[in-house]
Design a protein around this ligand. Structure first.
Ligand code: HEM
Ligand code: NAG
Ligand code: NAG
Length: 527
């Protein structure tokens, strides 16, 4: 054999050996949970909750289906490794209460997800902040904008926005004659409510460029921040490599600062010029900027993400509502009988009527159960080692509330996949009150999360949903479009989820409907 031949053979041998070693190492890495599950213990010998024997790089779309089948196999508290990160998944109300509420001091932080918290939010915004003083401060300031007093001050405006949504839907469907695409109008409704609370402004038509821009940013956020979706979150080494997704994250950050930062600047200029400005979140933030030591980016990201959080969640719920009704005529009929009996046909329902219309309320709760926008709430993160019923949950574990499995528990919700508002007929509590019940099995549902991080927009969201859902039922009949089936299983979004685009027929139930719809105009105004 020639010298060249020998060298070639030797390098092939070396390459083969290296490849083999790599495969073995990678294999060992992905199978290491088998050993870790046996040998990682706390001082009392408790091991990590049971779960699959391998590590995962990411979970696909519809991750809740995988979690549900693991919960059935491994139980109410199971664990899984995503790359280097340990996750613990809670699929039972009592366990959720014991950990998130009773031990809230340990279970209320957030992981610094690479994509969400580092690239997009840059360590700011309430939803991504670790548990601690900064989070406490930002949440306190934000909840001022959502306090019962502030809500009362906004009652007329929210009522008006609901009217404008109804009107927009009616007009877009050519007064009930053509099939309707609800995506933009419902998105603008939720957006306007959030813009008013946060920035003291509203958009005046669907053509306002801010509508399309803000909705696009929100959707992009939902696509990029899935808790299971990004390999880059779980393999640190990839974070140093430029990827198209990472570029999208940086772009989203830049777009948010651009869009909301310029609104903020305008507001501040007015304020400094001594002009009258409306009460809203950024007014509070700017007034307290010095005493609270907030920097510009804090204010910008806090208000931007606050706005963003309330958009697709609420508009998604309204779209699920409209998508569900065509296939449930008997439920519509029952609700409309209640509305005719209690309200009559001379006026439509308002916020004061809420507790006199138990069946309509029950429809909304059932919708929140079956179409919760966040099947995993927002992941929590532990700040100390903890042991619970013989399981060891180390510090720095991501803890997931598995709403999908909890919402389909056959004991709590018999025949869990059917849309059946009757199960909530006797529930006279608001979602906020229900979340504080001492028996967690009695809670209505978990769509707003749990513990110290529970959604601070819970009452705002309930009011927005009430005004629109009750009025939609009062005003319209719902029919699907022939040959355009509406999917109630598929959805868009990897963190928040909204229905796949669909079209429906909304036709007025009686003559008086258009009179009420026409009784107000969409006008630009500053509050
Ligand atoms: C149907 C509508 C909504 C649903 C289902 C929803 C659900 C949630 C969930 C599941 C969480 C995470 C809770 C946890 O970590 O345990 C959350 C957090 C949050 N939500 Fe909502 N939300 C909705 C509407 C809103 C609205 C309208 C606002 C604002 C007015 C809002 C503002 C926030 C904020 C700021 C957080 C972060 C809280 C924190 O990390 O401390 N949400 N929401
Ligand atoms: C929930 O209700 C309590 C009163 O029971 C109120 O103090 C609190 O602000 C409400 N929380 C939210 C997030 O709306
Ligand atoms: C509805 O409108 C949205 C946004 O304008 C669009 O993305 C979607 O494709 C439309 N859906 C249908 C079914 O027409």
């Amino acid at each position: 054999m020639s010298l060249v031949g020998t060298v070639v053979t030797q390098s092939i041998n070396l390459a083969l050996k290296t490849t083999l070693a790599c495969i073995l190492l990678i294999g060992a890495y992905f199978l290491s949970p088998i050993a870790l599950r046996r040998f990682v213990k706390d001082k009392d010998g408790n091991t990590i909750p049971p779960g699959p024997p391998t590590r995962y790089a990411y979970l696909r779309k519809y991750a809740e289906r995988a979690l549900d089948s693991w919960a059935k196999q491994y139980g109410d508290l199971f664990s899984i490794w995503m790359g280097s990160q340990l996750f613990v998944i809670i699929s039972d109300p009592q366990v959720a209460k014991d950990l998130f509420v009773t031990n809230g001091a340990i279970f209320s932080s957030r992981k610094r997800y690479f994509m969400k918290s580092q690239v997009i939010l840059r360590g700011r915004a309430i939803t991504g902040s670790p548990y601690g003083n900064t989070w406490r401060q930002h949440r306190r300031l934000a909840t001022l904008a959502l306090s019962p007093k502030s809500m009362e001050g906004h009652a007329d405006i929210m009522d008006y926005e609901a009217h404008m949504l109804m009107k927009a839907l009616y007009e877009e469907s050519q007064r009930g004659t053509t099939p309707l695409n609800t995506t933009q109008a419902t998105g603008r409704y939720a957006l306007n409510n959030m813009l008013i609370l946060s920035f003291g402004i509203r958009t005046t038509s669907l053509d306002d460029p801010l509508v399309a821009k803000a909705l696009r940013l929100t959707m992009e956020f939902m696509e990029l921040t899935g808790p299971w979706a990004n390999v880059i979150d779980f393999f640190e080494i990839l974070q140093y490599i430029p990827t198209p997704k990472k570029a999208r994250g940086h772009q989203l950050y830049a777009d948010m600062v651009d869009t909301y930062g310029s609104m903020l600047l305008q507001f501040k200029t007015k304020m400094l010029a001594g002009e009258e400005v409306p009460d809203c979140l950024i007014k509070t933030l700017l007034e307290n900027q010095e005493s609270e030591k907030l920097d510009w980016e804090d204010i910008c990201m806090l208000s931007a993400v606050f706005t963003l959080g309330g958009v697709h969640s609420v508009s998604g719920m309204i779209q699920w509502f409209i998508a569900t009704l065509p296939s449930h005529p008997e439920i519509c009929a029952k609700a409309q009988e209640e509305l005719d009996r209690v309200i009559g046909r001379d006026r439509w329902p308002t916020i004061e009527d809420e507790f006199n219309l138990p069946y309509v309320r029950a429809i909304i709760k059932e919708l929140e159960r079956l179409h919760a926008p966040f099947w995993n709430a927002t992941p929590h993160f532990t700040t100390e080692d903890f042991s619970y019923k013989g399981h060891y949950i180390p510090k720095d574990t991501v803890v997931i509330l598995n709403c999908y499995t909890i919402h389909h528990n056959e004991i709590r919700y018999p025949d869990p996949f059917s849309f059946n508002p009757d199960r909530y007929l006797d529930d006279g509590l608001s979602c906020n009150e229900s979340s504080k019940l001492s028996d967690p099995m009695a809670r209505d549902h978990w769509a707003f999360g749990a513990g110290r991080r529970i959604c601070p927009g819970i009452q705002t969201a309930e009011r927005e949903l009430w005004l629109v859902c009750s009025r939609l039922l009062w005003s319209f009949n719902f029919k699907s479009v022939p040959n355009e089936p509406i999917s109630l299983e598929e959805y868009d979004g990897l963190s928040g989820r909204t229905p796949k685009p669909f079209r429906v027929h909304l036709t007025p139930r009686f003559e008086g409907v258009s009179k009420i719809l026409d009784s107000a105009e969409d006008v630009p105004f500053y509050l």
